[in-house]
Design a protein around this ligand. Structure first.
Ligand code: MOS
Length: 760
């Protein structure tokens, strides 16, 4: 069988955006924007190799038990149905899908048996000539179950202390004596906050087009971590990773759910194996609510001690979270209290219960988002208890050194975030007590704020850079653009790294045959992939420089000690820019068709052991609340953020907008509701799982505070993908309190919370 490969799209940059000199810092529009607007960007599900069949999953409608019957005959008898894949005929795997040899390996449901461990778990896959036939075939399976009572909610069973939360963070951390700090406090806060489970609702549901050619596997599927996906598939199918080619040029969002290859994606590969033909499998929206991860609900108790001057004496942050019955992911919610506020005593702890859901997973700002709304609410309550303005209180109590580690911050522009955000918002006009402001229509108006923070992480990546005989450049890295603009920002770094104008550069990304870019997660992709690109570019320039300065025919001959700078496809003598040589001429004289080098990006362990590295911000929100109906509307939000060097201000602003909108949504909208009787999610669709739309955020402003962090990495890049949620959720919740005088500690805040409390 021959495989029809989808041609990789070429990214064209509109000439209007071509800039000379520094590409970093320019607000370029997305290189892939025109393709997307024209509908020419080919997402995974847009691929149709010849002979392709369609696969549709049948999923469990019960949360715990076993499948006792599937009407495979009825499904197979339906016209167009080619095959029904069940545990009875699912092709063999080399690796047990329930194996777990590292914390990044999540157990998958790949029809290994008839057991059901959560609602929406795949129980069969119907393969057919058409999508309609496969869909009808899946319906005809009419499964029957032996049902066991599902464990639902944070009190579902015996709690336990997980061995680790997040990825390898200790469940419990203590610094100082919290009980003594609380005992000596002149005022204390003791409050419990609850957050809802949330599900990743990327616009593009997980999709895969898989084709086997012998033991070679070719797939189109969205991935935030191509090399890890390749490695996981290689393990499951017992083939070498280099036999697997994954194309993921565009993702319609990910939010963490595409960080690891999911069970349904592997089922698509299995279906292609079984059918002996290319197969497409696309999740329906409701299939997203189970097998591809989610954010655990939480219950968080915060105890805070305050002295007579309004300084913190203790923070005790405890979080109860849930994981699935069969795997471990524990949302590190309490860790949010490690980094923001200075207190002589801080304790954080987690416990967990097992429930009958799919395994929770990383979801945008995992831990930080969940913990931040509780911490920022509690800090607001503490400010009120001290009779202090919430901004004044935060300025008094924010940490100069990272409280838990005691390390200095590599840089910290939080104070400017507070000052400039407050100024822009008009915070100084805020009346101190709640329920003091009304608009002309009589709606209650409230102003709240929150502090934002997210660690500046780096993982590991490689890139390969080439300068060609014609003087143009090529940068290759298997990076991931989830929509955040990675292709654009990384190409800007590449152009500067190679000393080229961006239109002299070809930037290849998004496929698994390119150098490993690590994972697009943890807000670390631009820093990690960017540093690999930067080093690869510098290595090529160093080679070109050696050729030129050692060649007596070059105007740069003998300039080795003076050094050269690269710009616009030429090397210039640093101390005399009148002397220069073009890349093309350097290569021609050396009789080289091209010159190439690789580079790596990774955190610097020495800097990391010396400094605490975080981005920071301050978010201010205004809400209006109908005093009779309890309806809440956010009317404006202002966020001021310091996140190191900004590669592309347009992309950065857009990322922070997205985060702030999610923060608002965390406070007011998003909530997966589980039926306590059946363990099924009741609102597994975008009509009832509320996500915000433009009308929910009429005015959103982002101020980027200039920050030069010399320690995070040579380019000074911190992440911006996740920080926007933190601070924002608390700011909105605190604004609801300020509008109404009602402190709601269960999120999302609903109309019923305000109406019930108001009438009580
Ligand atoms: Mo993100 S949850 O690190 O994709």
């Amino acid at each position: 069988m021959t495989l029809e490969m989808t041609p990789e799209p070429r990214l064209a940059q509109a000439p209007a955006h071509a800039r000379h000199g520094s590409n970093i810092g320019q607000p370029l529009t997305r290189r892939d924007g025109v393709l997307k607007v024209r509908g020419e960007a080919r997402y995974a599900a847009d691929n149709h190799p010849p002979g392709m069949l369609h696969a549709v999953m049948a999923v469990s409608s019960v949360a715990l038990g076993r499948v006792s019957f599937l009407d495979v005959e009825a499904a197979k008898a339906h016209p167009g149905v080619v095959e029904v894949m069940t545990p009875a005929n699912r092709p063999a795997l080399t690796e047990d899908p329930d194996a777990k040899t590292n914390p990044f390996m999540f157990r998958l449901d790949l029809l290994q048996n008839d057991r059901v461990r959560y609602a929406n778990q795949p129980i069969a896959v119907v393969i057919a000539q058409t999508l309609e036939a496969a869909t009808e075939g899946a319906a005809l399976l009419s499964p029957r179950y032996e049902v066991l009572p599902a464990r639902v909610g944070l009190d579902a069973g015996e709690s336990f202390v997980p061995a680790a939360v997040g990825v390898g963070n200790p469940s419990e951390i203590k610094r100082g004596d919290v009980e003594a700090g609380l005992a000596s406090a002149s005022k204390r806060i003791d409050a419990t906050y609850e957050t809802s489970a949330q599900y990743h609702n990327a616009m593009e549901p997980h999709a895969i087009v898989a084709a086997w050619d012998g033991d070679n596997l070719s797939i189109d599927t969205p991935s935030q971590g191509l090399a890890m996906a390749q490695g996981r598939l290689a393990g499951l199918f017992g083939i070498s990773p280099d036999r697997i080619h994954i194309r993921s040029p565009f993702l319609g969002g990910g939010f963490g759910s595409k960080g690891f290859i999911s069970g349904p994606q592997v089922l698509g590969v299995l279906a292609a194996r079984l059918a002996g033909k290319p197969v497409k499998l696309v999740l329906r929206r409701e299939h997203m609510y189970g097998p591809v991860g989610h954010r655990s609900a939480s219950r968080q108790r915060l105890r805070i001690g305050l002295d007579g001057d309004g300084r913190l004496t203790a923070i005790d942050h405890h979080a109860r979270v849930a994981s699935s019955s069969f795997d471990d992911f524990f949302e590190p919610a309490a860790d949010a209290s490690h980094t923001l506020y200075a207190s002589p005593a801080i304790a954080t702890s987690h416990d967990a219960v097992r429930v009958d859901t799919g395994t929770p997973l990383f979801m945008r700002a995992p831990g930080e988002a969940t913990g931040s709304i509780a911490l920022e609410s509690a800090i607001d309550e503490a400010a009120w208890a001290c009779g202090m303005d919430p901004l004044t209180f935060r300025i008094k109590n924010y940490a100069e050194f990272e409280p838990i580690s005691g390390k200095p911050f590599s840089s910290k522009a939080l104070r400017q975030c507070y000052a400039q955000g407050a100024e822009r918002f008009g915070w100084a006009r805020r009346p101190h007590p709640p329920r003091q402001m009304r608009d002309e229509a009589g709606l209650l108006v409230g102003w709240g704020m929150g502090t934002a923070t997210f660690p500046a992480l780096m993982f590991a990546a490689e890139a390969r850079a080439v300068v060609r005989g014609d003087g143009s450049g090529l940068m290759e890295i298997g990076a991931h653009d989830m929509g955040q603009g990675a292709w654009t920002a990384l190409a800007q770094i590449a152009a500067d790294g190679l000393g080229l104008d961006i239109d002299q550069l070809e930037f290849r990304s998004g496929t698994s045959d390119l150098p490993d870019a690590g994972i697009a997660g943890g807000s670390a992709h631009t820093a990690t992939a960017g540093m690999a690109i930067h080093h690869a570019g510098a290595a090529v320039i160093a080679k070109l420089s050696d050729l030129a300065t050692g060649d007596e025919r070059s105007p740069l001959f003998g300039a080795g000690n003076a050094g050269v700078v690269a710009r616009g496809g030429r090397l210039f003598r640093r101390d005399d820019e009148a002397r220069s040589d073009s890349y093309a001429d350097i290569l021609k004289r050396a009789s080289l068709a091209q010159i190439e080098a690789s580079g790596k990006g990774a955190a610097d362990p020495a800097a990391q052991s010396t400094y605490a590295m975080h981005a920071h911000g301050a978010v201010f929100a205004e809400v209006k609340v109908d005093p009779d109906l309890g309806q809440i509307r956010v009317t404006r939000m202002v966020g001021a953020f310091a996140a190191g060097r900004v590669i592309n201000p347009r992309m950065v602003r857009s990322q922070i907008f997205g985060g702030m909108i999610w923060g608002m949504s965390f406070a007011l909208h998003e909530q997966a509701v589980t039926d306590r009787r059946s363990g099924r999610i009741l609102n597994a669709n975008l009509a009832e799982y509320r996500v915000p739309v433009n009308a929910d955020v009429p005015s959103l402003e982002v101020l980027m505070i200039e920050e030069h962090d010399p320690h995070v990495n040579a380019l000074g890049i911190k992440g911006v993908g996740e920080i926007g949620i933190t601070g924002s959720a608390g700011a909105v919740a605190n604004a609801v309190w300020h509008a109404t005088g009602i402190r709601v500690r269960r999120f999302p805040i609903g109309i019923d919370d305000l109406v019930t409390a108001g009438s009580g």
